[in-house]
Design a protein around this ligand. Structure first.
Ligand code: FAD
Ligand code: DLZ
Ligand code: SF4
Length: 514
């Protein structure tokens, strides 16, 4: 009974559901297709990472004697879509059935579902068991709740999985969440930061990555982002090295500096493992286990370890649950009706004088990476305050980060950063003026703008836009209890001041898209 088993580019895990019960009569289908590289213009490093990891994952299965039908990007018969390649494989191999694992994007699910009615054999879509929770579990948790708050979902996941629990089933140290001990600014400058992890993967990897780089340069020549230096691991071996480097050199300070930003500090104390988790080279279970083991061995403080595990067991699982619970309608939400086109400097940071934006977009271009607070409180905050088009912003995030797959990107961008879901993820918009960025970074000290000024020739655009945002969206925000003190200031703002802010804001916003 030969089965055709699909492995998509973010499903590179040996325990994948569609590989369950694999025999040497079966065929595994892996496809490099142009449509997946262009539905948004992915950063070259993201494409290089995925295709290089796919090729090496296929080679390891092939070395174990399994049949792989591996369609390369430069294969002349390539139809360049998943649907085209699955259909072609079924025609040529005549399997009795096709097995797929639940994909990471709604559009791919739709495409697989429509194939179910056109293929001559059954196509089964199996649960993706690599996550610590299921969409069904999330839906049961969410149904009937007035508010969906990550913290409560996370506590249930802690209880279920046992991470950081005492023998009596209580949270380790007595608290579920140690955020109060975390999140300091960082004062030492980039020289005090840990080095980038050394990744040693061997000659085969070097050869594969070089081949793929050449292919990507030919097939996707105009995409935003530098292909070199390519910093990512493309095998499980390399991904484990990055994880170990994090545990030793970064985890002890992870919580403390989780929200800190410093000029030249592209990676701070972050783990850099999101691309590996998202394409399947690492699993959430093993990453949380390794972090907990480090804590229990006295290698990391509880606050840092809990903060790190919360990002994976809490946020990562929560946004996935929410994505599948709310899609496809979620992608169309636009609470503030934000429609302003993306300014050109999102594709070229030399076109802005805002130092914080230069740093955050610069690391994005160089590394296909920006750390969380750059994504949320610099770029996302700017997009929120400036009323940038939700669709353009979410497409931008989906294309520029090596770890971006819609199940995780969309709730974070549309929900957390842009508040376009009206408060499903966040209880208030993550809106902040220049003072917040000044507190958490050294960016403002070398910026031509002044974070404490919201009007005048050196006013920080974040500070101007912050007040303009509150004025502009007052009606939609006025019932939000968490914004009470700010909105009280908006209500009592002298008219002269309001006009100054609105005039300055209007001229700044007009200058974004000349
Ligand atoms: P660390 O800071 O070391 O965190 C450890 C791990 O926790 C990450 O690897 C990630 O798996 C998980 N994690 C942390 N925060 C989140 C979160 N909010 N949601 C889900 N998982 C989280 N993450 C993605 O994986 N893909 C995306 O496309 C993505 N887009 C984002 C867009 C915006 C606007 C924002 C605000 C956040 C986004 N995030 C996304 C979440 C987070 O910023 C990244 O996971 C993180 O920066 C990845 O770097 P790291 O591995 O060094 O993370
Ligand atoms: C992002 C991406 C790219 C650029 N290319 C491929 C590819 O050629 N083949 C493939 O299987 N996957 C690719 N991916 C990842 C897919 O887009 C990913 O499987 C979906 O986003 C998840 O549904
Ligand atoms: Fe950014 Fe404003 Fe600070 Fe300049 S002054 S770095 S624009 S927050």
């Amino acid at each position: 009974m030969p089965t055709l088993r699909l492995i998509l580019g973010d499903q590179l895990t040996p325990t994948l559901a569609s590989l369950n019960g694999l025999t040497k009569n079966d065929t595994i289908l892996m496809m490099e297709v142009k449509a997946e590289g262009t539905y948004v213009p992915h950063h070259p490093q993201k494409i290089i990472l995925i295709l290089s990891a796919m090729r090496q994952f296929a080679a390891s299965l092939s070395a174990q004697g399994y049949n792989i039908r591996y369609i390369r990007l430069d294969d002349p018969a390539n139809t360049h879509t998943f649907a085209g390649e699955i259909t072609r494989a079924v025609q040529e191999i005549s399997p009795t059935r096709v097995l797929a694992t639940f994909p990471g994007e709604h559009r791919v699910l739709e495409s697989l579902q429509s194939l179910q009615s056109t293929l001559p054999v059954p196509l089964e879509i199996l649960e993706d068991t690599r996550f610590l929770s299921t969409p069904q579990e999330f839906a049961e948790w969410a149904t009937g709740r007035k508010q969906l708050r990550m913290e409560y979902f996370y506590r249930e996941q802690r209880r279920k999985t046992g991470f950081l629990l005492t023998a009596a089933g209580e949270p380790e140290g007595g608290e579920w969440n140690y955020d109060a001990d975390n999140r300091e600014p960082y004062k030492e400058g980039p020289l005090g930061l840990p080095p980038y992890p050394t990744i040693t993967e061997g000659a085969d990897t070097t050869r594969v990555v070089a081949e793929v780089k050449a292919l990507v340069a030919t097939h996707f020549p105009a995409h935003f982002g530098a292909a070199e230096p390519f910093l990512w691991a493309t095998t499980r071996t390399g991904a484990l090295q990055v994880l170990e480097h994090f545990i030793t050199h970064r985890l002890p300070n992870f919580g403390r500096y989780q929200d800190a930003m410093v000029t030249g500090g592209d990676f701070m104390f972050h783990s850099l493992i999101s691309p590996y988790l998202n394409i399947g080279l690492l699993t959430a279970q093993e990453v949380c286990t390794v972090a907990e083991t480090a804590y229990r061995a006295g290698r990391a403080p509880l606050a840092a370890t809990e903060g790190f595990i919360r990002q994976i067991l809490g946020w990562r699982e929560y946004v996935r649950g929410l994505y599948w619970y709310k899609m496809p309608a979620y992608a169309t939400l636009n609470y503030f009706n934000a429609t302003r086109p993306l300014p050109a400097f999102f594709w070229d940071e030399s076109k802005t004088d805002m130092h914080c934006m230069k740093e955050a977009i610069g690391t994005t271009r160089r590394n296909a990476y920006a750390h969380h607070i750059q994504r949320l409180m610099v770029i996302g905050n700017f997009a929120l305050l400036a009323g940038l088009s939700v669709k353009e912003v979410t497409d931008w995030y989906l294309s520029v980060y090596a770890d971006a797959f819609e199940w995780v990107e969309l709730p974070n961008t549309l929900g957390m950063a842009l508040f376009a879901d009206g408060g499903i993820i966040a209880s208030k918009p993550y809106a902040a003026g220049g003072r917040y960025i000044h507190k958490m970074s050294d960016y403002c000290t070398t910026c031509r703008y002044n974070p404490t000024e919201s009007t005048g020739p050196t006013a920080c655009p974040f500070s101007t836009l912050y007040w303009d945002f509150m004025l502009r969206n007052y009606e939609q925000l006025k019932t939000n209890p968490r914004l009470g003190p700010i909105l009280a200031q908006v209500r009592t703002m002298p008219e002269k001041r309001r006009i100054e802010i609105q005039t300055q804001s209007e001229s700044f916003l007009t200058s974004l898209n000349p």
